[in-house]
Unconditional design. Structure first.
Length: 119
């Protein structure tokens, strides 16, 4: 997953919000187990809103969200080597519901991004 932008300010905004949206800490693994595995496709449950937010257990997904600059382009990306499970969180599996926090974050920030572009 990569998002390429020409403005460092937008890249930083995306980086921070993606890390925030992939970093819920309101439920531990023990809590999620007690809730009956709410992200299971067998018994999905809405335990927070919006539903696409992701719980951070080890911070590996958050830490794998990075930014790099190549010339005048900034790329916000998830390092697959650090978080190989990211694709399963985003796309879901046959046992786990999808939580596409990347697309949702872009949609969530559309107004702020447009404002920056208009400046």
């Amino acid at each position: 997953m990569e998002i390429k932008v020409k403005t460092e300010r937008i890249a930083q905004l995306l980086l921070e919000r993606l890390r925030t949206n992939a970093g819920l800490v309101d439920h531990s693994l023990k809590d999620l187990r007690a809730l009956g595995h709410p992200y299971s496709t067998a018994r999905p449950q809405a335990i927070h809103s919006p539903e696409w937010l992701v719980h951070a257990q080890t911070r590996s997904l958050q830490d794998a969200i990075k930014i790099k600059q190549e010339g005048d382009t900034f790329t916000v990306y998830i390092d697959d080597a650090e978080a190989p499970h990211a694709q399963y969180v985003i796309l879901g599996t046959d046992r786990m519901v999808s939580r596409d926090f990347v697309s949702a974050t872009l949609y969530e920030l559309r107004g702020e991004i447009q404002k920056i572009l208009n400046e």
